[in-house]
Design a binder for this molecule. Structure first.
Ligand code: ZN
Length: 375
């Protein structure tokens, strides 16, 4: 009975984003949303400047940047996606914003993929809650609402636009975990499938599979939420439509993928992931592999636990001519596998969701190492 509490962290109580605007060309709605927040801040006698956190990919792409509703006095931060967010990196950005007078901007806009959106969410929470990012890694530790936050996803799959978390790597503890909180949820989304047309094909596949994998893990877990299950089933169906289609990046497919990402995020906000994400976190922490490609590498080695999803995933990758990296753990010594083991098995909740209370007995060091060796 005692173990039951492992999965009892309040995810039955669900907070969704307040509002979203969906459809090709939706980006042109963003200036209106931003202006509304400036007006509200102005009426309260506050600074009406806005912080834009934007994927570095868009730096210099003036045809896009000109459509965001920026004004003189705003702060634009281009985020490198070379590395996933770290608690130290988030703290540095927050300190810089405060030093430059952006303690309480009228809004924060996060435009990009999971890394950029998670950065925007973490900064928003920290500006109002104070302290360091690492203090809030966990469940329901954020005390007060963050700065009003708007997401403009430009890569689909992670579901960051819908979830109540923002994942960060704490390099000193090896913990990859987010601020799981209702306050982390975006206030407004602008979902414009035109923005995903420039995503490289490999990245489009890896990121899209994150939505598929979230849903597979939720549906095979022991902690079930009927609403989450419905989101998950539809997410999987949309992913099939996209990745079993001839052209996964047609306008229609990209539109479906954007919906799948959002619904997959809603699904995971009401449930837990399973085995893939903890192992994937191990690859990110120890080898620096990005979340979405790491998930694909892990699923490719997880036939024994997810035979049906493994077969379908393999067929999708073949059809789309996407190669999943192999041999990523080749050359690791015992200390390397021990580090992978530690960084994976620390994720007690998803592992319990997948394998029950005996998860640690099932996941011996030898068995976990064998799985990593297959990657
Ligand atoms: Zn994920």
């Amino acid at each position: 009975m005692m173990k039951k509490s492992t999965l009892d962290t309040g995810v039955r109580k669900v907070k969704n984003v307040d509002s979203f605007h969906f459809g090709a060309g939706s980006l042109d709605q963003l200036p209106g949303y931003v202006e509304t927040r400036r007006t509200i801040a102005g009426e309260q006698g506050k600074n009406d400047s806005v912080v834009f956190v934007i994927d570095q990919f868009f730096q210099g792409r003036d045809e896009i940047l000109a459509r965001l509703g920026t004004k003189a006095g705003d702060r634009i931060e281009f985020v490198s996606t070379a590395l996933e967010p770290t608690t130290d990196g988030i703290d540095r950005l927050v300190s810089a914003l405060i030093a430059e007078g952006f303690q309480e901007p009228a809004a924060i806009v996060g435009m990009g993929g999971g890394i950029t959106m998670d950065t925007a969410k973490a900064v928003s929470n920290l500006l109002t809650n104070g302290g360091n990012a690492a203090q809030y890694q966990g469940w329901d530790l954020v005390k007060v609402p963050g700065i009003y936050k708007i997401a403009v996803p430009t890569v689909s799959g992670t579901g960051s636009e819908a979830t109540r978390t923002c994942v960060m790597i704490n390099e000193s503890t090896g913990l990859k975990l987010g601020m799981n909180s209702d306050h982390t949820v975006f206030d407004q989304l602008v979902l414009d499938p035109e923005l995903t047309s420039t995503v490289p094909r490999n990245q489009f596949f890896y990121s899209g599979m994150d939505a598929y994998i979230h849903s597979i893990e939720s549906l095979t877990g022991s902690y079930r939420n009927p609403v989450g299950d419905a989101y998950s089933r539809e997410t999987i169906q949309l992913c099939r439509d996209v990745f079993l289609a001839d052209d996964m990046m047609s306008p229609k497919s990209r539109e479906k993928m954007m919906v799948a990402s959002y619904l997959g995020g809603c699904a995971i906000a009401t449930s837990y992931v399973g085995l893939v994400h903890p192992f994937s976190a191990g690859l990110s922490v120890v080898l620096g592999l990005h979340h979405c490609v790491a998930n694909c590498i892990v699923l490719q080695a997880m036939e024994e636990f997810y035979p049906t999803a493994w077969a379908e995933f393999s067929a999708m990758a073949r059809l789309q001519k996407i190669s999943i990296p192999t041999g990523v753990c080749a050359g690791l010594d015992r200390a390397g596998f021990e580090a992978l083991y530690r960084a994976s098995v620390m994720h007690e909740k998803p592992l319990t969701n997948a394998l029950g209370d005996d998860c640690m007995a099932i996941l011996s060091f030898e068995r976990v190492s064998r799985i990593f060796q297959k990657m």
